[in-house]
Design a protein around this ligand. Structure first.
Ligand code: SF4
Length: 155
């Protein structure tokens, strides 16, 4: 059975920027081996930490050097987010993991949506930094919104 990389906050780990979590009850139904991790903590950021958003593009754009991850006050956290994504990939490779379930909407873990960089709660299409790196590396990446689909299709 294949192991899934799962955003730790979806499992109830209090690694979210505000010290909270994003526990999702659907995770219990998965019944698969998994490795929980938080890319932003792996990037060396503290918890709690200042909220940050991608500015100038999505995670792919950041990896290409065309976007940045900024706090509301303009503090640049791009290097930490990139490091977190790289460390996540490193762990996944160590464990032979090729599938991930990540938290939608996060500047690191978001798969289909991220915030638009305005800090107004507005979403835009595109993956976060870690999701982008895993997709680039050929991983199967899902979000918590796909849990029912994964359980139903048993993969
Ligand atoms: S969404 Fe990802 S980076 Fe954010 S708290 Fe959850 S695991 Fe950490």
């Amino acid at each position: 059975m294949q192991v899934y990389l799962i955003s730790a906050c979806l499992l109830g780990v209090r690694c979210k920027y505000n010290g909270g979590h994003n526990y999702h009850p659907g995770i219990k139904k998965l019944n698969v081996p998994f490795c929980p991790l938080c890319p932003e903590q792996l990037g060396g950021l503290p918890t709690p930490r200042t909220a940050a958003e991608l500015k100038g593009g999505d995670g792919f754009a950041l990896l290409a050097g065309e976007a940045r991850v900024l706090c509301k006050d303009g503090h640049d956290l791009s290097d930490s987010f990139k490091k977190g994504a790289e460390q996540t990939l490193y762990i996944a490779k160590l464990l032979g993991i090729k599938k991930a379930i990540l938290k939608e909407g996060s500047p690191s873990c978001g798969l289909k949506t991220i915030k638009d960089g305005s800090f107004q709660g507005i979403s835009r299409a595109g993956p976060g930094v870690t999701a982008a790196l895993l997709l680039k590396e050929g991983f199967e990446v899902y979000s918590e919104k796909d849990l029912e689909y994964i359980v139903k299709n048993r993969f």
